[in-house]
Design a protein around this ligand. Structure first.
Ligand SMILES: NC(=O)c1ccc[n+]([C@@H]2O[C@H](COP(=O)([O-])OP(=O)(O)OC[C@H]3O[C@@H](n4cnc5c(N)ncnc54)[C@H](O)[C@@H]3O)[C@@H](O)[C@H]2O)c1
Length: 323
């Protein structure tokens, strides 16, 4: 089995779900720069037209508002496409606790709809935004792709199930699959997560910062351009039917260290830290995430930005661009 990149010499057509979101919009930029014709598809539940407005009028770009829960719409739109980059998701672990069906419907049923629409249109390549959240509280660190995890969130469970379903689809269809288990991705257009939360809390009260948990939760923060570069490296170089990759930086930063950078960038002094306590920020939060990224590195990829640079750039963008 071969991927469409090898097969076709014409301009490649890419369908990007979640294309108006944070990572999706950066991937759209990269695909257009690489010569693809791109359809960004998004229901705008979290995505923003502002993330893609700079592409208006570009003949290689179109935006379609729609929902991956709508199979008929996907069947229609996938006609003539060569590859699907699937980033649309209910991506908020905390929201899963309130809405037990949300991850199932958006992340798993939506995923199956895409697989079915791909089969109907003979689209063979599926590139998927998975997550390090599916490793739960991993007991092996750095955690390799082969680790068999126990789930700690409905979000992680929905992504693992989506991976598992796609693996099974490769047994009876022509679909090839690339899945990337991202750690924390940060950068321009990132409008949630710890950096966003800290800056907004400190805008409201520059004297005190509430920190969820004990501040010692330790994660890897990867810059969005490195994340997109990792996706494209694996897609162009790894040729198995199923290609699963961790995607992160080498080094961890604690929540307290993220706070240090944000406070410095905001030029604040003597900020009192108030911890809500406990080793996790919320139910489903995995206190320490540290991924083994040697598999993707073996294909020649490595992150250009450190976690500190990624956090600093994100804080600066938030301070300059968000009012
Ligand atoms: N940002 C991270 O740190 C991170 C980490 C691990 C995995 N991921 C995954 O990467 C992908 C992109 O994440 P992001 O941070 O850019 O989030 P995001 O919320 O900015 O992007 C997701 C996009 O999907 C859209 N969407 C949601 N449900 C949809 C539906 N049913 N139909 C169509 N569009 C829908 C949203 O409007 C949004 O634009 C997600 O799949 C997420 O689970 C992100």
């Amino acid at each position: 089995m071969f991927n469409n990149m090898q097969k076709k010499s014409l301009v490649m057509q890419a369908f990007v779900t979640g294309g108006a979101g944070f990572i999706g919009s950066h991937l759209v930029d990269r695909l257009i720069a690489d010569g693809y014709k791109v359809t960004a598809f998004d229901n705008l539940s979290e995505g923003k037209m502002a993330n893609i407005s700079h592409l208006a009028g570009n003949p290689n770009f179109r935006f379609v508002q729609g929902d991956v829960k709508n199979l008929d719409q996907l069947v229609e739109l996938l006609k003539g496409q060569d590859v699907v980059f699937h980033l649309a998701a209910q991506a908020n672990i905390r929201k899963s606790i309130m809405d037990h069906f949300g991850d199932l419907e958006n992340n798993l049923v939506g995923h199956l709809n895409l697989l079915e629409a791909m089969i109907k249109n003979e689209v063979r390549d599926l590139v998927f935004a998975s997550t390090s959240a599916l490793y739960g509280d991993a007991t092996i660190k750095p955690t390799p792709e082969t680790y068999a995890p126990l789930q700690t969130s409905l979000y992680g469970a929905s992504k693992l199930a989506a991976e598992a379903y796609t693996e099974a689809y490769t047994q009876f269809s022509d679909i090839s699959f690339w899945a990337y288990r991202f750690s924390n991705v940060v950068g321009e257009r990132c409008r949630r997560g710890v950096i966003w939360d800290f800056i907004h809390k400190l805008w409201r009260n520059p004297n005190e910062l509430e920190i969820l948990g004990n501040g010692k939760q330790s994660k890897e923060y990867i810059y969005v351009a490195d994340c997109v570069d990792g996706i494209m490296t694996g897609y162009s170089k790894s040729k198995q039917r199923v290609n699963i990759f961790n995607l992160a930086v080498e080094e961890n930063r604690t929540v307290d260290e993220v706070a240090d950078i944000v406070i410095k960038e905001m030029k604040l002094q003597e900020v009192k830290r108030k911890y809500t306590g406990g080793e996790r920020g919320w139910i489903g939060d995995n206190p320490v995430v540290h991924l083994d990224i040697s598999r993707l590195k073996s294909f020649g990829w490595k992150p250009k930005y450190t976690a500190d640079e990624a956090i600093t750039r994100t804080a600066r963008w938030t301070l300059e661009s968000v009012t």
